[in-house]
Design a protein around this ligand. Sequence first.
Ligand SMILES: CC(=O)CC(=O)C(=O)O
Ligand SMILES: [Mg+2]
Length: 223
Amino acid sequence: MGTRSVTRFWEWGRKIICVGRNFAEHAKELKNELPTEPVLFLKPPTAYVKEGSEILVPHYSSDLHHEVELGVVLGKAGREIPLSSAMEHVAGYALCLDMTARDVQDKCKAKGLPWTLAKAFDTSCPVSDFIPKERIPDPARVELWLKVNGVTRQRGSTAHMIFSVPYLISYISGVMALEEGDLILTGTPKGVGAVHEHDEIQAGIDDVISMTFKVSRRASITQ
Ligand SMILES: CC(=O)CC(=O)C(=O)O
Ligand SMILES: [Mg+2]
């Protein structure tokens, strides 16, 4: 990776590994069972979008949902990482949104199909600037919030995660090699809901960072 800095992880083209149903209250609101092991899915690096660009509703969805999440930026590669050394692989964090085409996801779930169309479309992963590890001394004490047009929709603490950040790093590294520049989205607290064209999403981590995105609609593709 030469002289590239992991502080601009979104430019590295690395994996985005997402954890689903990691907060009991969110699993309940979508009528999902509580997981006994982490539920994983992936987004491609083309999902990244930074402040200043818009979140695009995919042309095939009419129910795009926000999910605010803590992102963990990997600073050191590893496979089969022991729980005891998992935090040594963390370079820092990012505030992330796991934008989800809920109508499409519901159809995929009903048919037993993968969630790619619902979760992996362009602009499905808005991210903040890199947050150095020292600014978040304990990833189990992070207060996440999200507002749409100034109205609070989500507020939750990572203290309520079912699987902790070190556990997730260790678990995921037993499934796939983790690389420097990878990002792990650790799941959303309750309060997910729809956004529409022209809405403004503001999200933050108390005392650490906030970010703002506008929602727009992606023109349909003629084939
Ligand atoms: C049902 C979901 O979309 C799971 C998910 O992404 C989450 O954060 O929980
Ligand atoms: Mg999510």
